[in-house]
Design a protein around this ligand. Structure first.
Ligand SMILES: *Cc1c(COP(=O)(O)O)cnc(C)c1O
Length: 369
């Protein structure tokens, strides 16, 4: 099955096999060494691993987003949430769930964040943290995080970046983005198995975080970091086999090279997007400079014979998983090109898509405009 959903992404056979290990207690030194290596190598993808560390949590990516927000926004702090998609909105939901003082700068899902509104809000003072999504997976938009980071630096505001679906797939450098904290998970562009989320930040900054006792026991970045440094163990039981798979996925990322992975994803996107648009589909975002090129949202056909489920099921039967839209300003379906896939897989997909739209009698896809 070729997965065009935005994670969990396709993994290699060697990553799958890496999960098959003898039973081990994760409190043994050997496992601690594995995790120390994983943490350092995750940090090295986006910064100097002598300065930055990756703090891991058992859980999906959202657990790590929740840990980052719950741990960094102090009780008397105030968070500015940039929302131009479902994942920005999720950060607002987290802030609300913890009763954090926060405000939202919202744009339509499919529009760029409003930099003027962000600048005005930050200039007004009183914000201590800002959170933003790097690649907004709702729409496939690459947000101008470096520009927002520069505004944050100007106003002494900590920037927290959800880089879930860009980390290891797009150039992502903590310093270049101006990110204080960057969040991702094991099952997207790093090409491991689902079950781990992580927050990358400066070790000294994590050490200096406020105590959040009373807010969250589990999702405590500082406590998680300190316990691991002191004990050489995860604070709570990690998904052991997923950790071995992640170590293998990192070896494969290092062997492929970050740049080469980025270029492979780009080649996949060119084959996918070029082919799909040749079939007649139009993108939600027409400005190519806004595209992540890791996921693309296409406008759903308005042909009365179209239904997402029929399209999904026909493609699924041919060995491809596509993904529905998620509240963007126009109805869309989404195709991701992350994971252990090749341009050839994408060309096979385009052929299958062409057959499917004929089978379902979807031509013309859109009414004449
Ligand atoms: C996938 C994703 C998440 C996390 O989703 P989980 O289902 O919790 O792993 C968060 N933010 C973005 C931008 C994502 O793409």
């Amino acid at each position: 099955m070729i997965l065009l959903n935005p994670g969990p992404a396709n993994t290699t056979e060697t990553v799958k096999q890496a999960q098959v290990v003898p039973d081990i207690c994760p409190r043994e030194r050997e496992f601690g060494e594995l995790m120390a290596g994983v943490s350092r190598r995750l940090a090295a993808v986006v910064g100097d691993p002598d300065v930055y560390t990756a703090v891991l949590f058992g859980g999906s990516g959202t657990a790590a987003v929740e840990a980052a927000l719950a741990s960094t926004v102090p009780a008397d702090g105030r968070l500015l949430v940039v929302d131009n998609g479902a994942y920005g909105a999720r950060m607002q939901q987290i802030a609300a769930a913890y009763g954090m003082r926060h405000e939202v700068v919202r744009s339509e899902w499919g529009d760029l964040p409003d930099l003027d509104a962000i600048a005005t809000a930050l200039a007004g003072g009183g914000f201590t943290q800002l959170c933003v999504v790097h690649h907004e997976t709702t729409t496939g938009m690459l947000n101008p995080v470096a520009a927002i980071g520069a505004l944050c630096q100007q106003h002494g505001v900590t920037m927290i970046v959800d880089a879930m679906s860009s980390y290891a797939g797009l150039p992502c450098d903590m310093q270049a983005l101006g990110a204080d904290y960057l969040i991702s998970s094991s099952n997207k562009c790093v090409q491991g198995m689902a079950g781990l989320g992580f927050v990358i930040g400066r070790m000294d900054a994590i050490e200096a975080l406020p105590d959040i006792a009373g807010r969250s026991l589990y999702l405590d970045l500082k406590a998680q970091h300190r316990f691991f440094v002191k004990q050489g163990q995860m604070r709570f039981t990690p998904p052991v086999q997923v950790c071995y798979a992640l170590a293998q996925a990192l070896s494969e990322l290092e062997a492929e090279g970050k740049e080469a992975r980025y270029h492979r994803y780009l080649s996949c996107w060119e084959a996918l997007d070029g082919g799909v648009r040749e079939l007649g589909f139009t993108r939600l975002l027409d400005d190519e400079t806004q595209l992540s090129k890791i996921l693309t949202a296409y406008v759903e056909p308005d042909n009365p014979a179209y239904s997402y489920d029929a399209l999904h099921d026909a493609l699924h039967a041919k060995g491809f998983t596509i993904y529905p839209g998620k509240g963007a300003k126009e109805a869309t379906f989404r195709l991701a090109n992350m994971g252990a896939i090749t341009p050839q897989d994408m060309r096979r997909f385009v052929t299958a898509m062409g057959q499917t739209i004929d089978e379902l009698r979807l031509r013309p896809l859109y009414a004449e405009k």
